[in-house]
Design a binder for this molecule. Sequence first.
Ligand SMILES: O=P(O)(O)OP(=O)(O)OP(=O)(O)OC[C@H]1O[C@@H](n2cnc3c(O)ncnc32)[C@H](O)[C@@H]1O
Length: 173
Amino acid sequence: MKTLTVSVASKNPAKIDAVSAVLEKLQLGAEIVPVDAGSGVSAQPFSLEETRQGAVNRAQAALLGKYDLAFGLEGGVYVLEESLYLCNWGALATKEGRIYTAAGAQLPLPERISEQLRAGRELGPVMDEYAGEIGIRHHKGAIGILTSGLVKRNEMFEHIVELLAGQFLKDSD
Ligand SMILES: O=P(O)(O)OP(=O)(O)OP(=O)(O)OC[C@H]1O[C@@H](n2cnc3c(O)ncnc32)[C@H](O)[C@@H]1O
C-alpha cells in the first residue's frame, strides 16, 4: 500500500504528538509533516462554532495541494450559563475534498481565568500566569492544570484524532 502523507496544521508539540501517537497505533506507516496553517478565526476563539471553524480552516489550509490527509486542531472557549468552558475541536481534510470533524473534552474555567479572557487576553499566557509555569499550551495544557495532570492536552487531542481517523477509516472500508 502507498504510504499516506499526512500534515498537521501546527508546530505545537501537544498537537503533533497526538497525531503521531494515533497514526502509530493504527500502524498506517504514515509520514507526518507539521506545517504552518492559519486558523482564519480569532487568536482566542470564543464559541464552539468559531473553535470548530478554526480547526476546519487549519485542516483545509494544511493540505497545501500535496498531502493525502491534513489534521487541524484548535482550542477555544465558549459561554455556558455565564461560565466560560474550555473546548477543543479537530478536523481532518482529505485531498478528495472530504472533511471530518470531532470535538473533545470540555470543562469550566475558574472565574479568575475567565475574567481575564473576557477582558481580551488569550488563554495560553493567562494559564501560564495562573500556574506559574511557561508554555503550558505546548504540553499539559489548561486541561492538565485543571485536572491535576490526570488528562493532558496531547492526550485530549489524541482522543479527537481517534474520532477523526475512525470516521475516515469507516468511510474507507
Ligand atoms: O501553535 P498553535 O497550533 O496555534 O497552538 P495554540 O495552542 O497556540 O493555539 P490554539 O488555536 O489551539 O488555541 C487558541 C488559543 O487558546 C489557547 N489555548 C487553547 N487551549 C489551551 C490549553 O489547553 N492550554 C493553554 N492555552 C490554550 C492558546 O494558547 C491560544 O491562545
